[in-house]
Ligand binder design. Structure first.
Ligand SMILES: [Zn+2]
Length: 303
């Protein structure tokens, strides 16, 4: 009996495995969400210093550009250095790094200095596990499920990074754009290659046009290029037919959340609200329930 047969015969075992595996993935996503923006900023800083020092050298200026500005030679990536308590530097042991459980056992405190560990870490781990189980339950044992799990994890990382830093890193959006086209090409999903390619183009272009019009009229930049790329990703995965629903859902949720933040929490309306989290949420919803929602809507308007 193959693994696929076994998982098909034991759906509960399949779902529990997905849940446990996704808790670990959620723990890794916490690292990505925290470190990737820092890694990118270091890279940009280093590029700027290199560029500017070259400029100064070529002008034979007497000004000595401080080359020591970016002397951070210690490696910093997703695996190095090991996770530490930001307050006291205590290196997190393997036992203290078990998703959700360690947080509960440590009572949300560092074992050495007692400073608080944010509840968002276990929340992200648990949300990752629950959303993954939802995908696994909905799509069952097939290759598409595996692909959609990776997409779900990417959307969670993008949501939180955009929320924290207003960035949607190319390191995540671009690979998932190509992956979306690839799963259509390999016929892993029901979306045809044609619908997938049109989805990617239309996803990017629709927001790009809105952006240019908004800039022309108000002189402000309403969203970032990361938003266009994210909608291109969703268009590639779900096909162009899903784009109106995704845009409608994200605008609805975005407007409700944005207006409530301004009205009830007194958020300054000039601070831009990231659009990425709403796009990601709307994309996830339409990948799972796009068909029933459309069906319901068409019934409602009597088509
Ligand atoms: Zn500590």
């Amino acid at each position: 009996m193959s693994i696929v047969d076994y998982l098909n015969l034991n759906p509960n075992f399949f779902l529990v495995s997905v849940f446990l595996l996704s808790l670990l993935v959620g723990s890794f996503l916490n690292v990505v969400i925290y470190r990737l923006p820092i890694m990118l900023k270091r890279e940009w800083q280093s590029d700027c210093v290199t560029f500017l020092s070259d400029e100064f050298k070529s002008e034979k200026s007497s000004y000595h550009f401080p080359e020591a500005v970016n002397n951070e030679t210690e490696p910093f990536n997703l695996s190095i250095p090991r996770s530490r308590c930001p307050a006291c530097g205590h290196q997190i042991t393997a036992l203290e790094n078990i998703p959700v459980i360690s947080w509960l056992f440590l009572r949300a405190k560092c074992s050495q200095c007692g400073s608080a560990i944010s509840i968002r870490y276990p929340i992200i781990e648990l949300s990752t596990a629950l959303l993954s189980v939802l995908v696994a339950y909905y799509f069952g044992v097939q290759w598409l499920t595996l692909a959609l799990l990776f997409l779900t994890w990417a959307l969670i990382a993008l949501t939180m990074i955009d929320f924290d830093t207003q960035l949607l890193p190319d390191n995540i959006t671009l690979p998932f754009l190509w992956l979306g086209l690839l799963i259509s090409l390999l016929r892993i999903s029901e979306v045809s290659l044609e619908n997938s390619v049109i989805g990617a183009i239309a996803g990017y272009m629709s927001l790009w046009i809105v952006y240019q019009l908004f800039k022309l009229i108000t002189g402000k930049e309403g969203m970032g290029f990361g938003d266009f790329k994210l909608l291109a990703v969703l268009g590639a995965w779900a096909g162009w037919q899903a784009l109106p629903l995704i845009l409608l859902l994200s605008a609805l949720v975005g407007a409700v959340v944005g207006i409530s933040l301004i009205l009830f929490l007194g958020r300054d309306k000039n601070i831009p609200i990231p659009f990425g989290p709403y796009l990601a949420a709307a994309g996830f919803i339409s990948l799972l329930w796009g068909k029933p929602i459309m069906h319901f809507y068409f019934n409602l308007v009597g088509l």
